[in-house]
Design a protein around this ligand. Structure first.
Ligand SMILES: [Fe+2]
Length: 241
């Protein structure tokens, strides 16, 4: 069960030309080959949704891009299956957009991947997330270990987790690629049982690729056996159709 080939990567920027992921289909195929090497058969494509910028794809645009890329993968004989999703940057109208059905959840689940602002105070995000959770919206918070505010006060996440929010940590943080603070915060969250899911947040095949087979062992020891089992179970429960 706890092998990379059973892993589902729920956060990656594999679609071409939508954000700071690959610019071309060739770039997307290069990422897909990284997954092939790991034996990973399923990923959820999560282009950024950042309203007011060029990175604000529609639901339909993401779905269409996934379908087109899947055809290229199939033609290349790659086994990888892609499902649509979004990495939704926290913004004031986010809750209204989610409730109105304007934004995509992850794959066939009803979980939304929310990205906190990188710097400064989250300006109402914690309150907004709490009220979304209360209204029954399912949330996964993307890489809080990379965010200043949570590096200083990781326990801010505990009460939201108690209300059902899931926390996704980047594999790169666990491997030390985003600096000491991200790595230490990831380790702290793992120790506190607040690391529910890890994901690659891959953007390309070279500078921000999915993890390698050699790195899997390090990831397993960083997250701990018990956490890894519950992460794999969660991925299976939520994202296996
Ligand atoms: Fe991302």
């Amino acid at each position: 069960m706890n092998q990379p080939h059973n892993f589902i990567d729920i956060h990656c920027h594999i679609l071409p030309g939508l954000d700071d992921g690959p610019k071309t289909v060739e770039g997307s195929l290069a990422i897909a080959r990284c997954y092939e090497n790991l034996g990973i058969k399923k990923v959820i494509a999560t282009p950024h949704f950042l309203p007011g910028t060029a990175w604000s794809p529609t639901r339909e645009g993401v779905v269409e891009s996934v379908q087109k890329l899947q055809k290229h993968l199939d033609k290349e004989g790659l086994r990888l299956k892609i499902e649509p999703g979004m990495e939704i940057a926290y913004h004031k109208k986010m809750a209204a957009r989610i409730v109105a059905g304007c934004l995509l959840p992850l794959g066939r689940s009803d979980y939304y991947l929310i990205e906190p602002a990188f710097h400064g105070d989250q300006d109402g995000m914690l309150e907004d997330l709490a009220s979304l959770l209360k209204s029954g919206v399912h949330i996964i918070l993307a890489h809080p270990e990379r965010i200043d505010q949570f590096q200083h006060k990781p326990d801010l996440l505990a009460s939201l987790a108690k209300q059902g929010m899931l926390i996704q940590v980047n594999s790169g943080s666990m491997l030390g690629f985003f600096g000491r603070k991200s790595m230490e915060t990831a380790a702290y969250l793992a120790k506190r049982g607040l690391l529910h899911i890890f994901a690659s947040d891959a953007h390309n095949h070279d500078t921000r690729p999915p993890f390698t087979i050699e790195e899997w062992g390090t990831l397993v020891s960083s997250i701990g056996g018990k956490n890894l089992s519950s992460c794999m179970q969660l991925l299976d429960d939520l994202f296996t159709n």
